[in-house]
Design a protein around this ligand. Structure first.
Ligand code: NAD
Length: 419
């Protein structure tokens, strides 16, 4: 999410490419290609507000690298969206799709706006106009947007409808994360949390940790955090001892039922105040002694300030970028088994790929099939990252980047340079 941080995310993304390029010995030309977005579109467009005035909004769509296929990535609505942030997010989408080996490149989009201060009608007009502005460069064979911060299934429905109206026929495969009634996939809602739970299970096996009865803390009880908690609890028998949201956390050493906590959150607006649980802060939650810690809220939660107090055996990154590079080094030295975001939260984009595949075939899969295919992708990708980590003796985040960037480079080499 856009933050007040002074670090330019695109500079960070380019540094990450350099680190991997040094490791795998990439020549200067390829390295330069990997550090440049292939295609960027900036649009300034008017939107009619409810009081009949007009306001001009700025939006971006960046297609970072399409060597492996059409580009894929969300669209976010946020007042602090910048072109460099969108570039960085598009680069990270490129690596995430490559880690799980789905046939996509990476993209990202954003509109500088404050959706909290827009009516539903204003949001719809903004979305439809932005969709028209980027229509020349999106499509099922070119670039497939999805929801991100402050956009959702409704936003995708408006984009799909606008694009379809322009074509003259329905094109469900132009976006993913759609409502099921418009061709959304079964299982997409919980896919990120489910994928995270699968890789945690695999890491636990390798570590000799029984997930049944293992203690789990989850920061952020939203889409990703609540799904991961429910799947770890219901399907793997883990004991969920701590949960939190933006208002604070709850702790119960004997275990929490995530379904009951969800019912409480729906009733009261927060997990805070759940009967029988002790109140803790988000900071305390991260430092609890647990077997499995799942940060599933925001970026930069585990930093050089608290990394030495993290007391977990497995860290499954549900959120994007929850661990800073300085914290990463501390966790590596402490022997924490870090499942990096590009792997641990790739279940969402994987089921987005399934949604697109179902749309273009016009043939829909039952939930059990979606989940079985997701499990195969997540477990297989986990094993490949492990292989690279042990062969190169690097930590798992670096291993995931090596695997991903190598795959992108292989595709670029096979294709060659046109003309
Ligand atoms: P969400 O909005 O559904 O949930 C976010 C949760 O974090 C909420 O419970 C919110 O209260 C909590 N939160 C917000 N600010 C907080 C703070 N300061 N301290 C503690 N908790 C706070 O969002 P989500 O879709 O679950 O996404 C969570 C993270 O996962 C993000 O980093 C997102 O980029 C990443 N992610 C999501 C998906 C997906 O499919 N939804 C896919 C990949 C990665």
């Amino acid at each position: 999410m856009a933050s007040a941080s002074t670090v330019n995310p695109f500079e960070t993304a380019k540094k990450q490419v350099d680190i991997v390029a040094d490791l795998i010995g990439l020549e200067a030309g390829t390295r330069e290609v990997l550090k440049h977005p292939k295609r960027e579109l900036t649009v300034n467009f008017p939107v009619r507000m409810d009081d009949n005035s007009y306001r001009v909004y700025t939006g971006y769509r960046v297609q970072y690298n399409m060597a492996r296929g059409p580009t894929k990535g969300g669209i976010r609505y946020h007042p602090q969206v910048t072109l460099d942030e969108v570039r960085a997010l598009a680069a990270w989408m490129t690596w995430k799709c490559a880690v799980v080996n789905i046939p996509y490149g990476g993209a990202k989009g954003g509109v500088v706006c404050d959706p909290k201060h827009l009516s539903k009608g204003e949001l719809e007009r903004l979305t439809r106009r932005f969709a028209s502005e980027i229509a020349p460069i999106i499509g099922p064979e070119m670039d497939i947007p999805a929801p991100d911060v402050y956009t959702d299934g409704q936003t995708m429905a408006w984009i799909m409808d606008t694009y379809s109206m322009q074509k003259g026929y329905s094109v469900p495969g132009v976006v993913t994360g759609k409502p099921i009634s418009l061709g959304g996939s079964e299982g997409r809602g919980e896919a990120t949390g489910r994928g995270c739970a699968y890789v945690i299970r695999e890491a636990a096996k390798d570590l000799g940790l029984r997930v049944k009865g293992a203690t789990v803390a989850v920061q952020g009880f939203g889409n990703v955090g609540s799904s991961a908690a429910k799947i770890l609890h219901d399907e793997q028998g883990a004991r969920i001892v701590a949960l939190s949201d933006v208002q604070g956390g709850i702790y119960a050493p004997d275990g929490l039922n995530p379904h009951a906590v969800e019912a409480h959150r729906i009733r009261t607006g927060s997990v805070v105040g759940f009967p029988g649980a002790q109140a803790i802060s988000n900071e305390e939650l991260l430092e609890r002694s647990v077997d499995i810690l799942v940060p599933a809220a925001l970026e930069s939660q585990i930093t050089d300030r608290n990394a030495d107090r993290i007391d977990a055996k497995i860290l499954g990154e549900g959120a994007n970028g929850p661990t800073t590079p300085a914290a990463d080094r501390v966790l590596y030295e402490k022997g924490v088994w870090v499942l990096p975001d590009v792997l641990a939260n790739a279940g969402g984009v994987t089921v987005s790929y399934f949604e697109w595949a179902q749309n273009i075939q016009g043939f829909y899969w039952p939930l059990a099939e979606v989940n079985a295919r997701l499990e195969r992708v997540m477990v297989g990708s986990y094993r490949e990252v492990e292989k690279v980590a042990s062969a190169r003796k690097v930590h798992r985040r670096t291993a995931a980047y090596v695997l991903a960037i190598q795959r992108v480079v292989d595709a670029m080499r096979e294709r060659g340079i046109y003309p």
